[in-house]
Design a protein around this ligand. Structure first.
Ligand code: PLP
Length: 395
């Protein structure tokens, strides 16, 4: 059976050019970037080059890039590195657990935490941040694009408000990198997290942008790697892959998608919109969560009333389509999505919501195939739904 992958927000495949760039560093070029000899210097040069590539994607200085093991580490580094007992952190109720659970752990250590709500469209309001600020607010952390809905947050405005109150601003840009043009100066953030495996680089890679002059307490202690900000021998192959993916993302976003003639991001949005409109035309009692807000072009979170998302994900998987219900990191959890409930969805509707996330490899043929698979699967599950029977008999 032909398989269709629409779960790019969980992880992306490696781009062929990324694999090609990485391969030598798993085989011939195996040096330690801290070694003085030639093998060491060769991989040091590769790490330096990757740092330039990531800095190029973010619009920052090379010295402001700290390589990490991924989005979770970057988020934790930002929060734990800045906050001390007695400080106040403002985050939002729709952050990824990498921020939310770090905030919980910090609260246990005496950091005051406020979580901002979002509106029904999934957007955090600037007025809510203004109202939450306190004299001891040290850090504000608001994601750039939400992983479940794709909704884009007004980070530039939020960062300006945080700065006016003397606080630092961190944004989790894990789901924005490679889907939105990012310029840290334009956004006005002091810290920004990215993850390699959401942008076609290997899993276990990532980076934290740390603005010059922002002091960060390291999480790991050991050697002086990453200018003393992150001890531990560099994951050279992974870093090279992240650098190549950063370069590729810039090229892709600046170019046109093959065949369509449209700018890449617009072409991806067109495919996503075709998917949404096609499903909405074929399926009743369905809708798009966060439809009223600006969203990254690859993500669509849809509810199908009277259907259990988990059952639908399994039914679609059996038909060859990979999607996710809630966020992948939560799979197995019985709680409905914290993001969707924060947007005011009922528990039932949150549990009836599925995320489709397209990748750069998604084709129109695949979207068209999905437009057949999804309505059939939803109809089949609704036939089996005891709730539907209750509605049908009016009892
Ligand atoms: N932040 C967001 C918004 C995410 O979507 C994810 C992963 O899904 C993470 C952080 C964690 O990134 P990683 O898987 O690289 O640890």
């Amino acid at each position: 059976m032909r398989r269709i992958y629409m779960d790019a927000n969980a992880t992306t495949p490696l781009l062929p050019e990324v694999l090609e760039a990485v391969r030598p560093f798993w085989v011939e070029q195996f040096g330690n970037a801290s070694s003085i000899h030639q093998q060491g210097q060769a991989v040091r040069a590769a790490v330096d080059r990757a740092r330039e590539q990531v800095a190029g994607m973010l619009g920052c200085r090379v010295a402001e890039v700290v390589f990490t093991s991924g989005g979770t580490e970057s988020d934790n580094m930002a929060l734990f590195g800045v906050l001390e007992p007695g400080d106040h952190l403002v985050a939002t109720s729709i952050e990824h657990h990498a921020v939310l659970h770090a905030a919980e752990a910090l609260a246990e250590r005496g950091v005051e935490v406020t979580l901002l709500p979002c509106g029904p469209n999934g957007v955090v309001e600037v007025a809510a941040l203004k109202a939450a600020l306190q004299p001891n607010t040290r850090l504000v952390s608001v994601m750039l694009a939400n992983n479940e809905t794709g909704v884009i947050q007004p980070v530039r405005e939020l960062a300006a408000v945080a700065h006016a109150a003397g606080a630092l601003f961190h944004t989790d840009a894990v789901q924005a990198a490679g889907k939105l043009k990012i310029d840290v100066a334009e956004l006005g953030c002091d810290l920004l997290s990215i993850s390699g495996h959401k942008m076609y680089a290997p899993q276990g890679t990532g980076a934290l942008y740390l603005r010059r002059n922002v002091r960060l307490r390291p999480m790991f202690f050991g050697g002086l790697h990453e200018r003393g900000r992150r001890a531990g021998t560099e994951n050279v192959a992974g870093i090279v892959g992240l650098g190549k993916a950063a370069d590729s993302a810039r090229g892709w976003m600046g170019g046109t998608a093959s065949g369509s003639g449209l700018p890449s991001l617009a072409a991806m949005a067109a495919l996503r919109n075709r998917l949404e409109q096609g499903i909405l035309a074929a399926v009743e009692e369905a809708g798009v969560n966060g439809a009223g807000a600006a969203r990254v072009s690859n993500t669509s979170n849809m509810y199908f009333d009277l259907v259990e998302a988990e059952a639908l994900v399994i039914a679609l998987d059996l038909k060859g389509l990979a999607v996710s219900g809630g966020s992948a990191c939560q799979s197995g959890a019985t709680e409905p999505s914290h993001v969707l409930t924060a947007m005011g969805l009922s528990e039932a509707r949150a549990r009836a919501s599925v995320r489709f996330s397209l990748s750069r490899m998604t084709t129109q043929d695949e979207v068209d195939a999905v437009l057949t698979i999804v309505p059939r699967a939803v109809a089949r599950l609704r036939e089996l739904s005891p709730k539907k029977l209750v509605l049908a008999t009016g009892s």
